[in-house]
Ligand binder design. Structure first.
Ligand code: HEM
Ligand code: HEM
Length: 215
């Protein structure tokens, strides 16, 4: 294995070692947050679940958004630079700027306070991911989008961005509308993550490990 083959393992390795365990912890706190809220709503003021569960869920959720978007960008950078790097200087500059733009939008999303800025940076960072995903070299499996590692990955990333963007709304909405939307969207995200485990492992088999030319 040479450097290029190892580079292909960066995002699967980070996913397995870091992101999937993190999903487990975030999910555990999500469950506790919900159970505690339901227990209290049912009149049980002495829930055994600690009141910090919600805060822990959000703190680790913020990490999860960055990690999922991060590994998607690493995966896309690998595919574009090794399989679709354009000849034209303008196109090369465009791709590099799109990466800078997307990462900057996510950083601004983390810092944004008002609803309009959060909406703006969530849209910009999601659009950035999609534009990067449209470049040559990315294996999208368009004819089989329902089994595509690419589409599941981008969907999960965008859903994580949306979760980060709507945190204040989840807390402020007394009618629970945003909370329910969050649960629905992230159940979809969870299915996408399970899908990433299957389709990623399949893609390693199917695309095969890159083997360097004999020297
Ligand atoms: C796989 C990912 C995730 C799942 C399955 C998930 C699911 C849930 C569930 C079930 C709840 C409890 C809702 C209730 O009270 O009934 C919740 C609460 C919440 N989630 Fe998530 N979530 C995920 C990721 C995230 C992320 C990435 C963020 C933000 C960065 C986030 C922010 C919140 C907030 C702010 C609450 C309210 C917490 C509280 O009441 O203190 N979640 N989530
Ligand atoms: C949450 C977890 C993951 C996310 C968000 C994610 C995201 C992505 C994205 C966006 C791509 C780009 C599509 C492309 O260029 O082909 C990709 C490619 C790929 N991923 Fe993942 N991935 C995840 C986990 C995994 C895992 C666990 C594995 C393997 C065990 C894996 C193996 C691959 C492979 C083999 C490719 C194709 C690379 C190539 O084109 O040569 N991924 N991933």
């Amino acid at each position: 294995m040479d450097a290029k083959a190892w580079a292909g393992l960066i995002h699967p390795a980070i996913a397995v070692i870091f992101v999937f365990p993190l999903i487990g912890v975030v999910l555990n706190y999500a469950w506790q947050t919900r159970q505690r809220r339901l227990e209290i709503a049912a009149g049980n003021k002495k829930s055994q679940i600690p009141p910090t569960a919600g805060r822990e869920h959000v703190n680790l959720g913020r990490w999860l958004t960055g990690s999922v978007v991060g590994i998607s960008l690493i995966a896309l950078a690998y595919s574009i630079s090794f399989k679709g790097w354009p000849e034209s200087r303008n196109q090369q500059t465009f791709i590099v700027l799109m990466f800078v733009f997307t990462i900057a939008s996510l950083v601004f999303l983390y810092r944004a306070r008002t609803a309009s800025w959060r909406g703006t940076f969530a849209t910009l960072s999601s659009m950035g991911m999609i534009v990067i995903g449209c470049q040559d070299g990315v294996f999208r499996r368009g004819s089989q989008w329902y089994l595509s590692h690419y589409y599941f990955g981008i969907t999960a990333s965008v859903l994580m961005i949306v979760s980060l963007a709507i945190v204040p709304e989840i807390y402020q909405d007394r009618s629970l509308g945003w909370r329910r939307a969050h649960i629905f969207l992230n159940t979809v995200a969870l299915l996408c993550f399970v899908g990433q485990g299957f389709t990623g492992a399949r893609d390693i088999f199917e695309i095969g490990l890159y083997t360097p030319p004999p020297t």
